[in-house]
Design a protein around this ligand. Structure first.
Ligand SMILES: [Mn+2]
Length: 324
């Protein structure tokens, strides 16, 4: 067995020495944040530790099937004492949206490139396809064993964070973890059906409406989707139903980037998505926002008739830049 690297050793030692832990992750939780928290909580409980999970937002309904989901508490602040707080999947300490974390012994476990190292112990691995890959390593280092419940948590995290095994950072380690998951008896097809064949009819209707009104710009390389509250109401949807919908046009070969416009009371909320080296983060930054290379966003408080054309021009430049 290869020796543990220093950061993982420090995390393991701190968890083995302490007795009570708080686990948290980012607001608007996704499969990786939920699966990583639940898997680590299960492992620590095996070792006789006291664990609470506190998130600022409830999980999307589609994750209700995850074992132990009901143990996640929803709160805007924490007051109780803990020996340490484990923050999973968060590039900054403001991402959880939970007050009262500062000043505690913080363990930062994350795979996002822009992590600012806010922890007392920072374990940062951008090569992990999901935070859950790191949690798997930690579970092994702690000497906990992989139960079917823990394996399900890890598998959902990896399945969703890799976009069903399509994104970058998928390695032999990813499939080794999945092999171990399958060994515990997790039904991979059943899990996939829960995650992907489980949306509301409202979402299906909304998908049709959005694609029906999709506009193609810049030689069909930019897809523009527009959403407002009236469409949500007509489709019978809530915000839960929007998860991932922005990515739909990327399935077309010709489309290189998506501009998703959500008309709100505060102005225009803009989400950008792209393929390959098309850098939409730079576009978002130029409009006062931010994000990642292929996923970014910003808000325009007072859109003008020129706003839409300006955004398209910026994204078109990003596409041209990526081709040179
Ligand atoms: Mn993740």
């Amino acid at each position: 067995m290869t020796p543990l690297h220093a950061d993982l050793s420090r995390v393991r030692d701190t968890l083995l020495q302490g007795h009570s832990f708080l686990l948290t992750s980012h607001a608007r939780p996704d499969g990786d944040s939920l699966g990583s928290q639940l898997a680590l909580a299960g492992a620590l409980q095996q070792l006789g530790k006291q664990v609470r999970i506190i998130n600022s937002d409830p999980a999307p309904a589609l994750y209700a099937f995850l074992p132990d989901m009901s143990t996640i508490e929803i709160a805007a602040a924490v007051e109780d004492p803990f020996d340490a707080v484990v923050v999973l999947e968060c590039s900054t300490l403001s991402r959880p949206g939970v007050a009262g974390l500062k000043g505690r012994l913080l363990i930062n476990i994350d795979h996002h490139a822009d992590n600012v190292m806010y922890g007392d112990i920072n374990w940062h691995d951008v090569s992990a396809c999901a935070c859950a890959e790191m949690v798997f390593e930690l579970i092994e280092a702690l000497g906990a064993h992989l139960t079917p419940a823990l394996a399900t948590h890890l598998y959902v995290a990896i399945l969703t964070d890799t976009g069903s095994f399509r994104h970058a950072h998928i390695t032999a380690r990813t499939f080794e973890i999945c092999r171990r998951v399958a060994e515990t008896g997790v039904d991979a097809a059943g899990v996939a059906a829960q995650v992907y064949n489980n949306s509301s009819l409202g979402r299906l209707r909304l998908t049709g409406m959005l694609l029906d009104q999709m506009q193609l710009e810049h030689d069909q390389r930019i897809a523009v989707l527009t959403l407002n509250d009236a469409m949500l109401a007509e489709a019978g949807c809530d915000s839960d139903d929007l998860e991932g919908i922005v990515n739909l046009p990327l399935a077309a070969r010709d489309v290189r980037a998506v501009i998703f416009l959500k008309e709100t009371d505060d102005g225009l909320r803009v989400s950008l998505r792209s393929k390959d080296a098309v850098d939409v983060r730079q576009v978002a930054v130029s409009f006062g926002g931010g994000g990642h290379l292929n996923a970014a966003g910003f808000t325009v408080e007072h859109p003008t008739p020129e706003t839409r054309g300006q955004m398209i021009a910026h994204v078109a430049t990003a596409i041209t830049d990526s081709d040179t």
